[in-house]
Write a protein that binds this ligand. Structure first.
Ligand SMILES: Nc1nc2c(c(=O)[nH]1)N[C@H]1C(S)=C(S)[C@@H](COP(=O)(O)O)O[C@H]1N2
Ligand SMILES: [Mo]
Length: 321
């Protein structure tokens, strides 16, 4: 099995040595055992924010990676991010988000359900089986990556709250908190309107691929990737995979998602990865995987057609983009 072998990130001493010995930087300093590891490792560890990422508290079922996807490194996945609540500068999210406080994170689940919930992230995640899911992830801007996410199936959460038969869609919201997200405080000068909203049709939400991700590479979700919990819908463009979720609402109408509201000519509700339907301003036929020089062909439904094509049977995908 692939992940029993060494992963790329395991090879980087600055990431792995201190992490294995100490859970975080504060303990590391408190212990004052710098002599245990080489001086260079200590210096690197102090410079390296990765040591703040704790291992997941939950056991998870590993992904067999049957498609033999080549993983992007932890460093790549956590250094190039779209998270407008912090900044539109993809290289700077990491640094601006590094002190994001997600303790006491609450999630409200309401709308057309029998059992609405107002629950802490910690209590919610305990209820479900956690999986590792190695997925392709394709941003509408033309870059992509392969990520070993950790999370539970949205389907399991849906079953737990018992939607009413009238519920046809689910709407998700990112937390609105100006103390956490600097761009929300910018008001008129914000990059987009907040809170960030996304949505899925119920059958899309119930699909086995649809994940509520709480981590990656076996670590808690890094702030820049949407801590503590985000959606992952691997056959759709990345903007559907909303980060830092605080509210989930079951509804009877199609939610107006943030990017459709911002620019309905360029972004729709479905946003299925489709190399044959170009974005109005650029082709979607190819993508560049983070860290590679050459572009590769983009796959229909991002390579997940066997699992999801049936959801869109008879729909004109040029119209429902
Ligand atoms: N709340 C929120 N969620 C978001 C975004 C955002 O700006 N805010 N950006 C989206 C876009 S465009 C992409 S490509 C992915 C990027 O996820 P990553 O930074 O983990 O690669 O997050 C999506 N989810
Ligand atoms: Mo994106």
């Amino acid at each position: 099995m692939k992940y029993l072998k060494k992963q790329p990130w395991e090879l980087d001493e600055s990431q792995v040595t201190p992490e294995n010995l100490f859970t975080n930087r504060r303990n590391f300093l408190k212990l004052g055992v710098a002599g245990l590891v080489s001086t260079s490792a200590v210096i690197q560890a102090l410079a390296n924010t990765n040591i703040d990422f704790k291992n997941l508290k939950y056991d998870y079922i590993k992904d067999a990676n049957e498609d033999k996807l080549k993983l992007n490194t932890f460093e790549q996945i956590t250094s190039h991010n779209n998270f407008y609540e912090f900044t539109t500068n993809q290289g700077k999210v990491k640094d601006l988000a590094k002190n994001m406080d997600t303790s006491n994170w609450m999630i409200e689940i309401d709308g057309l359900v029998e059992k609405p919930l107002f629950i802490s992230f910690e209590d919610l995640v305990k209820k479900f089986q956690i999986y590792e899911r190695i997925y392709r992830f394709r941003c509408v801007e033309g870059w992509s990556m392969v990520v070993p996410w950790n999370g539970f199936m949205l389907k399991d959460l849906i079953k737990a709250v018992k939607p009413l038969s009238t519920a046809t869609h689910i709407e998700f919201e990112t937390l609105y908190d100006e103390d956490i997200f600097p761009d929300q405080k910018s008001m008129l000068f914000s990059a987009i309107k907040y809170p960030y909203v996304e949505g899925l049709r119920m059958d899309e939400a119930m699909n086995d691929l649809t994940l509520m991700a709480v981590g990656l590479y076996g670590k808690d979700m890094p702030p820049q990737n949407g801590a503590p919990i985000r959606l992952i819908v691997p056959w759709k463009y990345g903007f559907k995979s909303i980060k830092s979720i605080s509210k989930i609402t079951f509804t009877n109408k199609e939610p107006l998602n943030t990017w459709q509201a911002e620019n309905p000519r360029e972004y729709g509700f479905y946003a299925n990865v489709n190399p044959n339907v170009d974005h109005p301003r650029w082709s979607q036929a190819k993508e560049r995987v983070l860290g590679s020089f050459f572009k590769q062909k983009t796959l229909m439904f991002n390579g997940y057609g066997d699992e999801v094509a049936h959801l869109y049977k008879g729909m004109d995908l040029k119209k429902y983009f």
